[in-house]
Design a protein around this ligand. Structure first.
Ligand code: HEC
Length: 237
């Protein structure tokens, strides 16, 4: 017993000594913030001319600002371009500072109220509700804005969700960078299925993917309902 206690004491001393050394030598971890000189967001090297064309088309679509009459923006929406939310450090990335969502009401002349959790210096956000008003499981994204007041939206009277009333019912999401998503997109469906057949231990995971688990992103969910059969899209550079 005595010897055990003694060794515990020794270990304690040793740890104290090690920690002391580590503290005096190590630099304290900190968030370096946005870094300069990054090159994310461009195409990878050695693409074929066709692939480069596809990349550029995807990037342009991603950056394009949609309008009500030209593109069918709305009637509910979180922003008017993919690239507005996926912006930092480049098109396709995460939310930028200042958050452009804070300016969209003014920019489009919307008759909307800025949700309390969208601020100039806060994160770019989507809001999911945990429960519906009747208490059932929700989980879906509830769009922040409507097109009421925008050019081309004459007659639209849609009201925004009551975010204040759902203060305790909300969970927020910030934009996931989509860098590299084009590479994942290139995996052929036949390879996914071949992998399923070859590797039984992976089967459950692959079955889930092959069965077309729907993407969580509300915008993609609308356009990509069955991933296994979908063709390459130009929306994610
Ligand atoms: C209002 C801001 C906003 C806009 C506009 C937006 N996104 Fe996103 N995006 C997000 C957020 C937030 C997430 C994270 C979603 C989550 O975790 O639930 C995300 C995630 C994603 C993902 C990751 C995969 C996934 O399903 O979670 C992809 C791919 C993506 N967005 C593509 C797009 C494309 C393509 C567009 C335009 C058609 C777009 N985004 C427009 C905010 C936005």
């Amino acid at each position: 017993m005595a010897s055990t206690l003694q060794s515990i004491g020794e270990i304690g001393l040793l740890l104290a000594a090690l920690t002391g050394t580590a503290q005096s030598q190590a630099v304290k971890a900190h968030d370096p913030g946005p870094r300069t000189g990054v090159s994310a967001g461009g195409p990878i090297d050695n693409l074929t001319p066709g692939e480069l064309k596809l990349f550029n088309a995807g990037q342009a679509t991603f950056a394009k600002v949609d309008t009500v009459s030209g593109d069918g923006l709305g009637p509910r929406m979180n922003f008017d371009s993919c690239g507005g939310c996926h912006a930092q450090p480049n098109v396709g990335g995460s939310g930028a500072k200042p958050n452009p969502q804070a300016q969209i009401i003014k920019r489009l002349g919307l008759k909307n109220t800025l949700p309390f959790f969208i601020t100039e210096n806060g994160p770019t956000r989507e809001a999911r509700f945990q429960k519906t008003s009747s208490g059932a499981t929700d989980g879906g994204v509830h769009n922040l804005f409507t097109i009421v007041g925008a050019a081309g939206a004459t007659g639209c009277q849609l009201t925004q969700p009551d975010f204040e009333a759902n203060k305790r019912n909300m969970i927020f999401r910030i934009p996931t960078p989509v860098f590299g998503a084009g590479l994942i997109e290139q995996i052929r469906d036949t390879d996914i299925l071949a992998n399923l057949n070859k590797n039984a231990s992976n089967a459950a995971k692959v079955v889930a993917a092959a069965a077309g688990q729907r993407p969580r992103h509300p915008i993609l969910r609308q356009s990509r309902s069955t991933p296994i059969t979908r063709k390459r899209t130009t929306t994610s550079p």
